[in-house]
Ligand binder design. Structure first.
Ligand code: CDP
Length: 205
């Protein structure tokens, strides 16, 4: 049986944490689609053409340790505007989403473009300041010397670019459940997401 959970939302909204928690709880596979764009962005920072980089992407590219930096995030959001780059990554994501046993995909356009018939669609968000603070703590724990102000500027710049692009702009699907985690702990946000998925699983059982 295939069962797809699509989780979208702006930068640093907590999609990754919720997706991993949902996947672990239900035994589903998880794909962080942001990593695909980060891996392409990383290759462009090393001089490659974005489209060639997207076409040449291999699973090992997603294992690189330095994909989570703010610099790579910016490069990712720049290549993500390119409709040919996006098309080159569609098949991999769709095949992943229908794998037997269930799949969780998180990104920006999963509920709208990649998996419009996903059984569950969540749009996870929080205020820009709260998202930036969470990302700042994450990056500084990893030894980055980026400032709070730089992280907030990065988050805002990417949100605007991601929402304003003409191909697959970031937005909630019409039938997505909105989850604003501004005033929620990680445990509370995960609990809310698990309850939504649980209900949907009950409906298809
Ligand atoms: O972790 P964070 O939310 O900061 O970013 P990410 O999910 O790793 O995505 C990095 C960038 O890739 C985003 O700013 C988007 O520009 C792009 N992206 C996209 O366009 N579509 C997706 N499905 C996932 C990411």
């Amino acid at each position: 049986m295939s069962f797809t959970v699509a989780i979208d939302g702006p930068a640093a909204a907590g999609k990754g944490t919720i997706s991993k928690g949902v996947a672990a709880h239900f035994g589903f596979a998880h794909l962080d689609t942001g990593l695909l764009y980060r891996a392409v962005g990383w290759r462009t920072l090393n001089g490659e053409d974005p489209l060639e980089a997207a076409r040449a992407l291999v699973p090992d590219d997603l294992e690189r340790g330095d994909l989570r930096t703010a610099e790579v995030a910016q490069a990712a959001s720049r290549v993500a505007v390119n409709s040919d780059v996006r098309s080159a990554l569609v098949t991999f994501q769709r095949e992943f989403s229908r794998r037997p046993g269930g799949a969780v995909l998180d990104g920006r356009d999963i509920g709208t473009v990649i998996c419009p018939s996903a059984e569950v669609k969540l749009y996870v968000t929080a205020s820009a300041e709260i998202r930036a603070e969470r990302r700042y703590l994450e990056l500084s724990a990893k030894g980055s010397d980026i400032t709070r102000e730089q992280v907030l500027a990065d988050v805002r710049e990417r949100d605007t670019r991601d929402a304003d692009r003409s191909t697959a702009p970031m937005k909630p699907a019409a039938d997505a459940v909105l989850l604003d985690t501004s005033d929620m702990s990680v445990a509370e946000a995960l609990k809310a997401a698990l309850a939504i998925v649980d209900r949907a699983l009950g409906a298809v059982a």
